[in-house]
Design a protein around this ligand. Structure first.
Ligand code: 4AD
Ligand code: MG
Length: 481
């Protein structure tokens, strides 16, 4: 007998065949209709118990929401409206019960629960329609990312998770140690003897795979990484996670302009991919957003439907603006003049905060924006210095409702300039000798960027908090599950 997933059963052309499906009960009505979900798609398969003598009273009494069952039956055209096919049950076994009293105390009970409550029960929330849809979209987006780069002959590189470098130099790393905090080894100076630690030197979880990625681009040409990264920044915002996934392509023989072209093309490709392959889930998430919007005051509602917004982004050019132009726009903007910004924009050289990024994208340009050529002083050490001696070939992509979604740059390929910069920032040349070697042996113009995967999922699903687009969010004071 064929074992089908619900998504396959619903599309199956050959009717009147016996099949088997497994899943969890979403509802049981009129003593006859079981709505079965197996997570393969948004929809449930209607299983019809036509002849209830088929099932004993005991079994019927345990057909409760959230119980897991195995069903064998005949796939047939549905008599009811709402579905093309249904399953006429021949045999049904309950694999795992779920007590209605216990279910009632959880988010599995069939009523609307707040996102906050769902977060507290993150181990159960994937069984709701909303989280099922988000996680399927997340999965498809991951696949689309690999597809994009693979078809363009980029090689997928696994950069280390444990490293001794801090690529961004921001000092926001999680330390890795196997030392026993109760019995720390002490050296002659009375300090913790780090040489006795597992690696014989300080190590941390990676904040970015870029530096190692660059070394691989110098041999494989075009590469990308896609893996977890870790930042101990104490930002309790709706866009920051302590553990998040980042996509980082790195391209040899590629300047900043080409870097921006690739980043834009890449984002549009993955958005189009999910528009095509996640139609049901996106439709569901769009309706969800619409009903949420109805609870909000008019001025806070979204102007476009979710899929309209995605179409718009995928069909139009991202606006490219230099940092200097952006500062001029912000300086003379209404919120700046009326002192509405928390961080006033008064002079060239200031770092941009999310309020400024969102003003540019949502109020001024009303489309995704790529800001480039930032002041060297506010960016990382590895970025290519422009001839003006003041700005670097950096670029950030800013998205409506999200702010920064991508950060990237052309890299400093000139050994002497790079060494000078590292000296100024007190970054050890000895520690990073391997990074400098890429500039010693056949250096070339090269560029790359990092896309925050959760921010992309946030944008595509129309959710508003990154905690709701990753299975188990890690944030300050929260590492449950
Ligand atoms: O701008 P960032 O710090 O850039 C880098 O790490 C570079 N090494 C990338 C590169 O050029 N290869 O981070 C890149 C992106 C940000 O634009 C943002 O989308 C996301 O990573 N990001 C976060 N996402 C969630 N939580 C956090 N704490 C994040 N920090 C950065
Ligand atoms: Mg950044």
């Amino acid at each position: 007998m064929k074992h089908l997933k619900v998504i396959e059963a619903l599309k199956e052309e050959k009717l009147l065949q016996e099949i088997q499906v497994c899943g969890w009960i979403r509802s049981f009505r009129n003593g006859r209709f079981v709505a079965l979900s197996d997570g393969s798609c948004l929809h449930t398969l209607q299983c019809v118990i036509e002849d209830d003598v088929l099932l004993d009273e005991f079994t019927i009494s345990r057909l409760n929401i959230a119980a897991s069952i195995q069903v064998m039956g005949v796939l047939k055209e549905s008599e009811g409206s709402g579905q093309r096919v249904e399953l006429l049950v021949k045999k049904l076994t309950i694999e795992g019960e779920a007590s209605p009293e216990e279910v009632k105390k959880t988010i599995l009970s069939p009523k609307k629960h707040s996102l906050e409550l769902l977060r507290e029960q993150a181990h159960l929330r994937v069984r709701t329609n909303t989280f099922g849809s988000i996680m399927r979209v997340r999965s498809k987006l991951s696949y689309a990312i690999h597809h994009y780069f693979q078809q363009k002959n980029f090689q997928y590189v696994h950069t280390p998770i444990i490293t001794s470098s801090d690529a961004e130099g921001a000092g926001e790393t999680f330390k890795v140690t196997h030392l026993d905090f109760e019995k720390l080894p002490i050296d002659d100076m009375g300090k913790v003897d780090i040489k006795k630690d597992f690696f014989g030197k300080p190590t941390n979880l990676t904040v970015s795979g870029q530096l190692e990625g660059e070394t691989y681009a110098m041999g494989l040409g075009d590469i990308y990484t896609f893996g977890p990264t870790f930042r101990a920044e104490n930002s309790n915002t709706s866009r920051h996670l302590a553990e998040f996934w980042m996509v980082e392509p790195e391209m040899a023989f590629c300047d900043l302009d080409k870097n921006m072209d690739i980043a834009e093309d890449f984002i549009k490709y993955v958005i189009n991919y999910v528009l095509e392959h996640c139609a049901d889930d996106l439709e569901f998430l769009e309706k969800r957003l619409l009903s949420e919007d109805k609870q909000k005051p008019k001025e806070e509602r979204n102007e476009l439907l979710l899929r309209e917004k995605l179409e718009l982004v995928s069909k139009n050019h991202f606006k490219r603006v230099s940092y200097t132009e952006a500062i001029e726009i912000l300086k003379s903007s209404k919120p700046n003049k009326k002192k509405k910004f928390k961080y006033p924009v008064d002079k060239w050289g200031v770092d941009l905060h999310s309020e400024h990024e969102r003003y540019l994208v949502e109020k001024h340009f009303k489309c995704p924006v790529i800001l480039f050529n930032y002041p060297a002083s506010i960016k990382a050490f590895y970025m290519r210095l422009n001839n003006d001696g003041e700005t670097v070939r950096a670029m950030d992509i800013l998205f409506p409702g999200i702010g920064e979604i991508v950060g990237g740059s052309q890299r400093e390929e000139r050994l002497e300039v790079l060494k000078e910069k590292m000296d100024i920032l007190k970054i050890s040349q000895e520690e990073l000798y391997w990074y400098l070697d890429t500039r010693r042996f056949g250096t070339c113009i090269h560029s790359g960027f990092g896309l925050g995967f959760e921010r992309l999922v946030l944008f595509v699903t129309g959710m508003t908090n990154v905690r709701d687009v990753i299975p188990y969010p890690r944030t300050p004071m929260n590492a449950e599950f």
